[in-house]
Design a protein around this ligand. Structure first.
Ligand code: NAD
Ligand code: ZN
Length: 359
């Protein structure tokens, strides 16, 4: 097992990473509040891992309530919060209870927001079961649900008491979901960790084979790199925007192609390739660096081309992207492998050339 701590001012929590952790009661005990525990999971994950987690928590003498939501983004609604809080109230759960998210980013976001809101805040633990949830949503404290008018529009910053990432759960993750998570992993190397990017170039075979040691390494590096950025900018003042490398293009690709065509990480992979191309056009990186980025995405089995649509379609969605500020689209670009920069000063002609080059 590997552990790291995320330190955010007065609050700090551990992230434990390794095989078999769902069965390791000693990881859970220090993070739980004195009262009962509700496990919140989804209809895909519950049949696989809920029994084991339930058993671990009961071995600690806990009363355990299981709440299972339908799998998928469609559950990220206020109705789910109403459902969870209704079940907690019916079971007589008080402020001393703990909520434990067992699932991917969808369950993490819902359970985290339910924990932030229930009786003005109860203890919250994350047991992420997708690569994306392990490397992205387990650091940063963003929780929330969607509104019909916008994704993640209702939420709160709320930190978990602990994140317990059992790498064995990744055995059952569908291949596409796994690769999609890898795109965010590669992103951390590009933003701030040149050594990690090189490591990924050398070990992509082991990663793709889901070798336990390789998985532990990529999760640890990703969480540490993200934590470093988030710690310096917890409430999203500015620096945290570098985590959106590839996301301005990526969100436009998700929207223009119709949500659901690409998984988020797939769209981000193409977005990162586009951001690298734009950086090279603006003489920020060399062609050889751009080639390495392209090769690594391809090696991770990620898509490298966006659907052929009128450029105006993409531009339209880039303008409405919520990261756009004051009408000017801000881009996260690369000044090298391992160094991201934020700029609002990008000639539209260069953006159009980049879009045309990758569809
Ligand atoms: P997800 O939670 O929908 O999981 C993807 C699919 O895999 C689901 O069908 C799920 O049931 C299934 N699954 C999960 N674990 C499995 C396992 N071990 N074996 C087999 N199947 C498994 O999606 P996700 O990609 O994990 O997360 C996406 C969500 O995360 C989005 O809603 C996004 O907004 C959110 N997110 C939040 C943050 C944050 O900082 N809070 C960061 C990134 C993404
Ligand atoms: Zn992302």
């Amino acid at each position: 097992m590997q552990s790291l701590r995320v330190d955010l001012g007065s609050r700090s929590y551990p992230i434990h990473i390794g095989p078999g952790l769902i069965g390791d009661k000693d990881r859970f005990a220090p993070a739980l509040a004195p009262g009962p525990v509700a496990i919140i999971s989804d209809s895909n994950v519950a049949p696989l891992y809920l029994e084991a987690l339930d058993k671990t928590l009961r071995s600690l003498g806990k009363t355990v309530l299981n709440i299972i939501l339908p799998a998928g983004e469609g559950s990220k609604t206020l109705a789910s919060i109403q459902e969870i809080t209704g079940q907690l109230l019916s079971a007589g759960f008080g402020r001393d209870c703990s909520l434990c998210a067992l699932g991917g980013g969808v369950i993490g976001d819902i359970a985290g927001f339910a924990a932030a809101a229930y009786q003005r805040g109860v203890a919250y633990l994350q047991v992420p079961t997708t690569l994306l949830a392990m490397v992205d949503s387990s650091v940063g404290g963003k929780t929330g649900v969607n509104h019909p008018l916008g994704k993640n529009m209702i939420g709160a910053f709320y930190q978990p008491r602990a994140v317990i990432a059992d790498t064995d759960t990744l055995d059952t993750l569908p291949e596409r979901e796994f690769r999609s998570g890898l795109s965010e992993v590669i992103k951390y190397g590009l933003i701030s960790d040149q050594g990690f990017f090189s490591w990924l170039e050398d070990h992509m075979d082991a990663v793709m084979a889901r070798d336990t040691a390789a998985l532990m390494h990529i999760i640890e590096r990703s969480c540490a790199d993200k934590a470093e950025v988030v710690t310096r900018d917890e409430q999203e003042g500015g620096l945290r925007a570098i985590l959106n490398l590839g996301h301005t293009f990526g969100h436009a690709i998700e929207a223009a192609s119709g949500y659901g065509t690409f998984l988020h990480g797939e769209a981000v992979a193409i977005g990162i390739i586009m951001a690298a191309d734009l950086s090279r056009r603006l003489d920020l990186i060399r062609e050889s660096e751009q080639d390495r980025i392209y090769a690594l995405m391809e090696g991770a089995g990620l898509p490298t081309l966006a659907p052929r649509l009128p450029v105006t379609e993409y531009l339209r969605f880039m303008q409405v992207d919520k990261k756009a500020q004051g009408g000017q689209v801000r881009f996260i670009l690369l000044r090298g492998i391992g160094e991201a920069v934020i700029t609002g000063d990008v000639p539209p002609a260069a953006v159009i050339q980049t879009l045309n080059a990758f569809m």
